[in-house]
Design a protein. Structure first.
Length: 226
């Protein structure tokens, strides 16, 4: 995959914000070192995204998995079959994105699905697992859709880092904004949520059956949070 690894079936070209070295991108703070990140505003039908937000499970929902340790404080879904209807429709729409190569979306949502970071929560700086722990697939592309109505002063930015741990790109979690990025060795994290609302996202991952030059089957974190 190179600079042209991504094309979109359902999002018009004018909605694609290509993040390049030295390019100014609305509501995106920083500069990417390559073109492997895409930020797409107004990605889906607003009424569908709002429906997903309105039917979002409460934090006492029994099908959340809670993460609470030195590296993260967040919730993630455990079962793709239990997504609310609007969220499931969004996942289907995301799956229609073509990301090039032989990559395919995992509709069983291993590691993906609904994610929720409550006020005070965060996700530390990490690189994702490169290989599926059960099927041996190679992870290729991540897609993250921001579902919540959001205000810039509430924190929760998605940050990308260089090898030294310096933030090179900071993306505000604006409503109906989709971020796609190649997995590779992409270090990223979520800054602490300081506002009154949960930070809600829907994610989908693409995989391939290409050989994997890694045994990393889960996220690898650095010591300090994002």
């Amino acid at each position: 995959m190179g600079a042209g690894w991504l094309y979109l079936r359902r999002a018009s070209r004018e909605h694609v914000r290509r993040v390049r070295m030295g390019a100014a991108v609305a509501a995106v703070d920083g500069m990417a070192q390559d073109t492997s990140i895409r930020v797409i505003d107004n990605w889906g039908p607003p009424e569908l995204i709002r429906a997903a937000d309105a039917t979002w499970p409460r934090l006492d929902w029994p099908h959340w998995h809670k993460y609470a340790d030195a590296h993260s404080m967040k919730y993630g879904t455990k079962d793709a079959d239990r997504l609310p209807k609007a969220a499931a429709m969004i996942v289907d729409r995301m799956a229609a994105l073509a990301v090039g190569g032989n990559a395919f979306p995992d509709l069983d949502l291993h590691g993906a699905g609904l994610h929720c970071i409550p006020p005070g929560g965060f996700l530390g700086r990490h690189v994702d697992g490169a290989v599926h722990p059960l099927l041996g697939w190679k992870r290729e592309v991540n897609a993250v859709l921001f579902v919540s109505a959001w205000s810039a002063e509430w924190g929760g930015e998605l940050c990308f880092y260089d090898a030294a741990g310096t933030v090179v790109l900071r993306v505000e979690p604006a409503f109906n904004r989709l971020v796609l990025f190649e997995t590779n060795d992409s270090w990223h994290g979520v800054e602490k949520v300081t506002g009154p609302r949960d930070r809600r996202t829907i994610s989908l991952f693409w995989w391939s059956q290409q050989p994997v030059n890694s045994h990393r089957d889960r996220a690898e974190f650095k010591c300090t949070p994002a």
